[in-house]
Write a protein that binds this ligand. Sequence first.
Ligand SMILES: C[S@@+](CC[C@H](N)C(=O)[O-])C[C@H]1O[C@@H](n2cnc3c(N)ncnc32)[C@H](O)[C@@H]1O
Length: 197
Amino acid sequence: MQFRKSGIRGLAGVAAATALLFGAGLYSLSVSAQPKLDIHFVPTPHEVVKRMLELAKVGPNDTHYDLGSGDGRIVIAAVKDFKAKKGVGIDLDPQRIKEANENKAKAGLGDTVTFREQNIFETDLSEATTVSMYLLTSINIRMRPKLLKELKPGTRIVTHAFNMGEWKEEHNESVNGYQVYLFIVPANVTGKGCQRR
Ligand SMILES: C[S@@+](CC[C@H](N)C(=O)[O-])C[C@H]1O[C@@H](n2cnc3c(N)ncnc32)[C@H](O)[C@@H]1O
């Protein structure tokens, strides 16, 4: 009897340990599956989106990229309201890509808008003619060499809240207390218009 009881306890212990290990395994899997974001999602208010796209002069000849596209609102507005011929949103978070695709469907947009689950530092930007970013100054500065290398001269970049460090903006203004900046990719690679601030 004594032996039988400890056998049951032993079995229960093994079962509990297995459950714990299984749970821990699932937890570590889910933690490691989380993308390593440079910044979390905070949406740009719609009135600020509108002004950013106005400042970038987005129109029918443009392919607009939003780097860190969140729920897709800027890309959707670029195509739906500003008639850009193509819109591309890049976000590393699969949840944001899912939401953006749901919002695209609600807006009745088709193949002119795509959302890609990618890292902005690893995405080919060369087809963009207008770009938007709501990141951080430190991320904008890390992106700067890539923007200047891959984007064509004349490409308009609008940022929300954060500037580009030493790359001086063409224009900045406040939209209901939200700061927005306009940058234009210069023709000269060496100078690159990065005047000291
Ligand atoms: C502040 S939100 C801006 C969302 C949207 N652009 C807007 O203005 O409404 C920044 C977004 O960048 C995404 N993100 C952060 N790091 C990223 C990276 N390295 N590559 C791609 N997306 C990233 C986040 O998932 C988040 O959706």
